[in-house]
Design a protein around this ligand. Structure first.
Ligand code: ADP
Ligand code: ZN
Length: 430
């Protein structure tokens, strides 16, 4: 077992000592080098020397997306730009993108973490990694690229888009590993079908899907259609990019790479930690970042924390599936709702395809939600009555599961726009 493999399985107590050392070092680093943090630590009346146990993490100030914006582009850097060898930016899914920076050491750590991420799915030297995450400012493409190279796998840096070309590369280069957003993997599956290439003509074994929320129902659809085992991967630019956490073979939560990132889950209203298993906002502290160390970053992502050791033997804490982003929450007639809840209901309805869009309108004083969802081709062929029947069924299921009345429009296969990256699920007309 590699050193890092042993670390992932070390008892919590053993690990805590060096986590604390790293935490103290990062607090000292930002205190010394980042005026923003020196001020914040001053306001919180915490000095680096006050960090005596991991519990003192809770005394540190939070960092928010607004803080990134207020210090845009380089105000949070803890190194001179001369030492920065790479810039990336978040996708800007919910607002202005944030800029993030890496030293050579940061890229090295990130590559290690991405290698560990891929190894969690058994990726090795003989694998062919089809990397369809976008290359560029987005962290996905290059993050996976460097990790796969570090393992010594064969990387196909196809990036996102140009779906026709993706199909040929998948087949002709014998891809065994697929990396892309979950929504794009379904689009690839669909395009393979249309091109008459059955999953059995491919060698795909595992896939690493992340960068957007998805559900267990979606996992089943992807696994069946592509004939692979799907792994959930989570990360975000502000912390490193992909490589914060990944599922193990148990597929029961994602292990956080706790030697580099300390996870907390807090109540987004009170900012107090919630009990294990209770949903809250994920907060992450980087332990080893050089260019852009971040204290208690409020990710806006909702999940649960499970500190218990896993059946796989790893002791790194796990986070559950991200069920939504606090900034993606819809309030429909007083009911708080995340797109993933709708997805879960939709994909449990037979003959519904995993492509949908939520359209929001203002009707008088109320918000109205229309779900547009694609039907299996058979339904469309069967005629209008079948389409209406399916719409009624979906409507009923949503009402039963979530307790709200929504409009449902069943649309023909392929009519909802496909994205090569993060799917756009909400169309807000208010
Ligand atoms: P942006 O916030 O602009 O989308 P990034 O491109 O850095 O920025 O993407 C990070 C975000 O993507 C996370 O904060 C999270 O909301 C989402 N994300 C990443 N991985 C997953 C995942 N496995 N499941 C759900 N959401 C994810
Ligand atoms: Zn595990």
């Amino acid at each position: 077992m590699s050193l890092s493999g042993a670390l992932e399985r070390a008892p919590r107590r053993e690990r805590a000592r060096f986590q604390l050392e790293r935490l103290r070092a990062v607090v000292a680093r930002v205190h010394e080098r980042v005026p923003f943090y020196r001020r914040r630590l001053g306001e919180a009346a915490v000095a680096p020397a006050d960090i005596r146990s991991l519990d003192d993490l809770r005394r540190l100030p939070f960092t928010t997306k607004d803080d990134f914006q207020a210090t845009y582009p380089f105000g949070l850097l803890a190194t001179p730009l001369d030492d920065v060898v790479r810039l990336h930016a978040s996708s800007g899914t919910t607002g202005t993108p944030t800029v993030v920076a890496y030293t050579r050491g940061d890229l090295d750590t990130w590559s290690d973490l991405m290698a560990r991420t891929l190894r969690a799915g058994g990726v090795g030297r003989s694998d062919v990694v089809h990397n369809a995450y976008g290359y560029g400012l987005f962290t996905g493409g290059l993050g996976f690229h460097y990790g796969a190279e570090r393992i010594g796998a064969t990387v196909v840096p196809i990036s996102s888009g140009f779906t026709e070309r993706q199909l040929l590369a998948l087949r002709d280069f014998g891809a065994t590993v697929l990396c892309c957003t979950p929504s794009y993997s379904l689009h690839l599956a669909e395009a393979l079908g249309a091109a008459g290439i059955p999953p059995s003509a491919l060698r795909l074994r595992v896939g690493f899907f992340g960068a957007e929320p998805w559900t267990e129902e979606m996992r089943r659809a992807i696994e069946t259609r592509l004939g692979l085992t799907a792994f959930n991967v989570y990360g975000l630019s502000e912390i490193v990019g992909p490589g914060v956490s990944v599922e193990c073979e148990e597929h029961h939560g994602m292990h956080v790479h706790e030697d580099h990132f300390l996870p907390e889950v807090v109540d987004p209203a009170t900012l107090e930690p919630v009990a294990p298993g209770v949903t809250g906002e994920l907060v992450l502290t980087t332990l080893t970042k050089e260019a852009l160390p971040v204290l208690r970053y409020r990710t806006r992502d909702l999940t649960v924390l499970d500190p218990e050791p896993c059946r796989c033997g790893r002791t790194f804490a796990r986070i559950g599936r991200i069920t939504g982003r606090t900034d993606d929450m819809l309030i429909i007639r007083g009911v708080n709702l995340f797109p993933s809840q709708i997805e879960q209901v939709l994909l449990a309805v037979p003959r519904v395809e995993p492509h949908y869009l939520l359209v929001l309108r203002r009707e008088g004083a109320l918000d109205a939600l229309e779900i547009r969802v694609e039907a299996h081709p058979d339904v469309v062929v069967a005629g209008e009555e079948a389409v209406r029947g399916l719409a009624d069924l979906v409507q009923r299921r949503v009402r039963e599961a979530i307790g709200i009345a929504v409009g449902v429009t069943v649309v023909p296969p392929g009519s909802i726009e496909r994205s090569p990256g993060k799917a756009r699920r909400i169309h807000d007309l208010r």
